[in-house]
Every structure is written in C-alpha cells, then in structure tokens.
Ligand binder design. Structure first.
Ligand SMILES: Cc1ncc(COP(=O)(O)O)c(C=O)c1O
Length: 435
C-alpha cells in the first residue's frame, strides 16, 4: 500500500492534470476561432443588428423546445429580467432554495422581492416541494426552482403547487443546459427560465452571457424591451430613442454569441461522453463505504455541472468524528493526491452577510434548513475537469486516489477526531435565533 501524498507519498494524479488539454474548459477549437474572427471581420458587433445573437436565440429555443429565447449579458441578468417580466409586485415573496449560488437570492432582492428560503431535498439537493408548500403565505407570488449542479427539480410537484396558489414558476437553469425532466428540456419546464453562459458552464461563452427562455410571447417581449434601455428596437428604420420603461442594458455581444453557437453544436455529443465518464467515476466512488454519490432520479437526466460527494462518518467507520472535520481532512488528503475537491457554498443563502444585512429583521436560523446545513457540512464537490469529454483517464486517476485514501482512512481519523472544527455559519458570526 503506497503512502498517502499528504504524508510524503507520491501523488496519484499528475501535477499538470488541471492544465492539460484533457481537462480544459471551455474547449476552444478552430471553429470558435473562425466564428469569432468572422464577427470581427463583419463589423456587426451588437445584438441590435441581425446576426449571431439572433441565430443563437433561435437555435437555443429550438434545442430547449420553447417558443422564445432572449440572449442576455449574464445568468444573473436573466433571472432579474425573468422576474421583471412576470408581473411580480415589489415586496412580494419568492420561494428560493437555501442551497444555491448567491445570484439566486440577490437577483430577486435587486428586483425588490423578498426571498423566503426553503430547505432542499436530501436526495436531489434541489428545493423540497413539501417544504416549499409549507413556506407559502398570502404574500408569495413566485417559486425560483434551481436545477442545482445540473439536476432538474421535481417540476411537476412545483407546477402543481404553483397552479394551486397562482404562483409564477421560474427556473434557474444556470447549471442545467441540456438536462431533462420527464422527457422535456430544462428551460421548458417553468413559465420562464434563466441560463448562464459564463465560461465555467456546460454551455459556455468566452466570458459572460445568459439566455432566457419562455413560451409566453408577452414575457419575451417585456424581456427584450428591458434588455435595452426600455426601447423597442425591433422595428426597421431610424432609432427613435423612446424608452417605454425604466431598464438597464443587458444585451449579449455578437462575439459571445458566435462562440456559444459553436459550443451548442457540440453540447449533446459532449454530454454523452461526459455522462459515461462521470457514471464510471461515480460508480467506483459509490463502492467505498461512507461516500454518498449524486442521485439522479429515473425521470431526469443530469447535466453533471458539478459532482457533489457527501461523506458519512458512521458508514466510513468513524462515527465519533463530526462530518465537518471528516470533510476537512478528506479535502486535505485528496488534494494532496491531486484531486481538485472543494466545497461549493460554505453557507446556506440566508446566512450570507449580504442577505442578513438586507433583511435585518429576519435573522438566520440554522434550524430552519437542516438538510442544507448538513449537505454543506459533509460534502465536497468536483468542478470543471469532468466537463471535458477527454477527462475519462484523469477521472480514473481521481477514482484511484479516492480508493487509496479510503484504504488508509484510519490514518486520517485521529486528525479529524482531534480537530477543533467550527462551521462557517458560526464563523460568519451567525448564531441561532431564540426558538
Ligand atoms: C445557480 C446559479 N444561478 C445563477 C447564476 C448566475 O449566472 P451568471 O454568473 O452568468 O450571472 C449562477 C452562476 O454560477 C448559478 O450557478
């Protein structure tokens, strides 16, 4: 048995694995280079002139199976404009999962809405429909369903809830390009959906961008108006400089659209190879006691934007160790072996300083979202490397590293046992409110 790298042994994964072409993301080929150069040569740089932006919108609407798509400057802008275009009243409540990226909560706040945080389902890590039902008040007007890590939420349950209470159902599909729920694409499951095209995403651009999809022509029209100063720029002829509504500037550039169109042409093919690589990798990890690999219900497909791995001290044979301490030593040991595991979100959204400042009369109560807290405490994620379809051999080495660490778990347990571990939500100065 070879010694763990953290104790001076050889690392399992090559030191240059993260900078090799096999793990690069996004993948830039001559197709992207030529498409971007063609835009530069064309002189048509903005989305106002018909060109790459409109073609991307048409292609993404077709891909997701919706009537309309609007290209935007970011996923955050797409959530904001989705909320602006669906008639939500200022001060209305919107149900938001407690585990997500900050934009899921900050976009509603920037639109004058009040996020009400809902715990996640312990198997899918997406918003728990039963907890969502319990959080509805007379002020609730919308649900923001985040397809976290690339797995669609239980959209039929959320649709039933939304219809029963007259709520708008918005998808945050920033991480879920190409994922499906009961045969339908993410982006076609709610009233309106927001995607990110950030360079880290499964469907990336060479920088920042977003896409918004909807079947409702009125929502689409309102979004298009609001992405460009409230001006109707759809007609021909001279620009009138007439603004119908107060709005910012959230357009996508033609260069970004041209790059993304090349990525879109390969999205399905890359997903298939990634799906094979990831399932093989997760299959090996699932055989190790105490590792809980992501669950994908049969009625869905997973885009595998991120792979979240939970660690159960009891199943791993060290019930006396706290989940946070086990996760901390595992992160050290696995990183020393060359596996790029890292936490994704160190706080539930309502514990974020920005949210606590924005709503001082709603102190963070850890007891309100126990599953979110448990998942944050006991898990690490794999990001980016596995997106590249050529990453199969690197993932095999990563699985080797997990197996090596697991064989020698007993050498790590003393460090985990003696560690003074303080959860981040406590470090952030957040204490439980009186019950
Ligand atoms: C779940 C989720 N929502 C929204 C966003 C915001 O997207 P963008 O970075 O394009 O603004 C992200 C970005 O990572 C995200 O992961």
């Amino acid at each position: 048995m070879s010694r763990l790298a953290m104790f001076g042994g050889a690392r399992t994964v090559d030191a240059d694995a993260g900078t090799s072409p096999a793990t690069a993301w996004p993948i830039v080929t001559n197709a992207e280079r030529e498409a971007v150069l063609a835009v530069l040569d064309s002189g048509r740089f903005t989305s106002v002139e018909r060109g790459e932006v409109q073609l991307l919108e048409e292609e993404w609407a077709r891909y997701t199976g919706v009537g309309h798509c609007a290209a935007l400057s970011s996923g955050t802008a797409a959530i904001e404009l989705a909320l602006a275009a669906t008639g939500l009243e200022p001060g209305a409540e919107i149900l938001v999962p407690a585990l997500s990226f900050i934009a899921t909560a900050s976009a509603p706040v920037m639109r004058g809405l009040v996020p009400v945080f809902v715990d996640i389902d312990p198997l899918t890590y997406t918003i728990d429909p039963a907890a969502a039902a319990a959080a509805i008040t007379p002020r609730t007007q919308a649900i923001l369903a985040v397809h976290l890590h690339g797995l669609p939420c239980d959209m039929d349950a959320l649709r039933t809830l939304a219809d029963r209470h007259g709520l708008v159902l918005v998808e945050d599909a920033a991480q879920a390009h190409g994922a499906t729920y009961r045969g339908r694409q993410a982006g076609a499951l709610g009233d309106v959906a927001a995607f990110s095209l950030n360079a880290s995403k499964n469907l990336p651009t060479s920088g920042e961008g977003g896409l918004l999809t909807t079947d409702d022509p009125a929502i689409h029209e309102r979004v298009v108006l609001r992405r460009q100063f409230g001006e109707d720029l759809t007609g021909r002829g001279e620009r009138g400089y007439l603004s119908q509504v107060i709005a910012g500037n959230a357009k996508l550039s033609s260069v970004q659209a041209a790059f993304t169109r090349c990525q879109l042409a390969r999205l399905a093919e890359r997903h298939e190879q990634r799906d094979r690589n990831v399932r093989r990798f997760l299959g090996r990890l699932a055989a190790l006691d105490g590792i809980v690999t992501p669950h994908c219900p049969e009625d869905r497909t997973h885009a595998w934007f991120q792979l979240r791995l939970r660690f159960d001290p009891r199943e791993a044979g060290c019930p006396e160790v706290t989940p946070g301490a086990l996760r901390t030593v595992l992160q050290r040991a696995l990183r020393a072996e060359g596996v790029p595991v890292r936490p994704y979100q160190s706080l539930p959204l309502p514990a974020q300083p920005a949210l606590r400042d924005a709503f001082p009369d709603q102190p963070y109560r850890p007891q309100d979202h126990p599953t979110t807290l448990a998942v944050i405490e006991d898990s690490l994620t794999m990001q980016r490397w596995h997106l590249n379809p050529a990453a199969g051999p690197v993932l095999t080495r990563c699985a080797d590293a997990f197996e090596k660490v697991w064989e020698q778990l007993d050498t790590l347990v003393p460090a985990a046992r003696s560690m003074t571990y303080r959860p981040k939500w406590r470090e952030a100065g957040t204490e439980a409110a009186p019950a």
